[in-house]
Design a protein around this ligand. Structure first.
Ligand SMILES: Cc1cc2nc3c(=O)[nH]c(=O)nc-3n(C[C@H](O)[C@H](O)[C@H](O)COP(=O)(O)OP(=O)(O)OC[C@H]3O[C@@H](n4cnc5c(N)ncnc54)[C@H](O)[C@@H]3O)c2cc1C
Length: 306
């Protein structure tokens, strides 16, 4: 193990880094450091950490950081990032057993190679399977709710549980994952189909993404949940906020529900822009927008995690 002797848990095999920058890992390219970043070697290593860590130490698990604003003051306690030891993908019958660190696009491609349809929607979502389960990620009329059979989690105390689909309580961009738990793998169901037909649908999804979303920008995906009966982007557009800018944070001209970091934005700029949108939409249409993006960490160093 690399890392510091100051860390309160011994015997870990993964990589431990104090004061680890998180901004470069985030899609928005913003955010302060983690007090500690732990990249566990494997499931047993993560379980050991969760069992032995001091009860008062906050723990935050991050995936591909494609749906988070990490605040400028960084994240207190330990941030867990799942990597190689959690990225296996295997085919079992008509299901794919996928590690939580596997990227959604990689899972879609494996499903295609195995001639299993139904997971194409993952090709347009730039996150990891852990984040997809947590967020019930979805696109093109499908979502994790429609394909997940079960998920293995480690609880906040380090115990392994297999949760059935129904125990995960999926709703629109929401799951009832137990507080403090980490998804480590999931089983996703496919339907046998021609591999070339699946690949062609994946290509269509990727092309349609490129056309409609700022997929190469520093962004965090959909900023707000679509309120019942409305599209968030349309409400933002009607409130006159397309292209609105605060510092280097801007509402995308291409897709109004996406915020962009034009280069030098801080997390505070992005969050202030988001709150400004909420105020303007409320004034214009009476609809209260709710954040889909998770805002995590301290606004400034020294502040408690919120
Ligand atoms: C260009 C772009 C397009 C996007 N399009 C879509 C879309 O079409 N549909 C859609 O649903 N989303 C979309 N998103 C948002 C995002 O990709 C998804 O929400 C994705 O599922 C987040 O996964 P992640 O690994 O990046 O999670 P992160 O952003 O790292 O984390 C998101 C949340 O999940 C939690 N989490 C992450 N990993 C785990 C784990 N292993 N166990 C427990 N909790 C975990 C984190 O604590 C956090 O609360 C888009 C984002 C971008 C940048």
């Amino acid at each position: 193990m690399t890392g510091s002797s100051d860390f309160p848990v011994t015997g870990l095999r993964g990589r431990l880094t104090p004061n680890a920058p998180l901004g470069p890992r985030a899609w928005f390219r913003v955010g302060g450091p983690a007090d500690w970043l732990f990249v566990p070697e494997d499931q047993d290593d993560l379980a050991l950490f969760l069992r032995e860590k001091p009860a008062a130490m906050p723990v935050t698990v991050l995936g591909a950081c494609s749906n988070v604003i990490i605040r400028d003051g960084g994240i207190a306690g330990t941030v867990i990032r799942l990597a190689r030891g959690f990225a296996d993908i295997t085919v079992q019958g008509n299901s794919l057993i996928v590690g939580a660190a596997a990227l959604d696009i990689t899972v879609a491609e494996h499903a295609a190679a195995a001639g299993l349809a139904g997971l194409e929607f993952l090709a347009g979502i730039p996150g990891s399977i852990g984040g997809a389960v947590r967020m019930n990620a979805g696109a093109y009329g499908s979502d994790i709710n429609a394909v997940l059979e079960w998920a293995d989690i480690l609880t906040a105390e380090g115990d392994l549980h297999r949760l059935s689909h129904d125990e995960l309580g999926f709703a629109y961009r929401h799951s009832e994952l137990p507080e403090g738990s980490t998804v480590i793998r999931a089983s996703l169901r496919g339907t046998p189909d021609n591999a070339d037909a699946i690949r062609s649908r994946i290509a269509d999804i990727r092309a349609s993404r490129e056309a409609s979303q700022p997929v190469r920008a520093r962004t965090g995906g959909s900023t707000f949940r679509n309120p019942e009966g409305h599209k968030a982007w349309q409400l933002i557009d009607e409130a006159g906020c397309r292209g609105l800018q605060i510092g280097d944070a801007q509402v995308s001209e291409k897709h109004c529900n996406f915020l962009l970091n034009l280069g030098q934005a801080s997390s505070a700029d992005l969050e202030t822009l988001g709150e400004t949108l909420r105020e303007k939409v409320l004034a214009q249409s009476g609809v209260d927008l709710h954040w889909e993006i998770k805002r995590i960490g301290r606004k400034s160093e020294g502040e408690q995690t919120v």
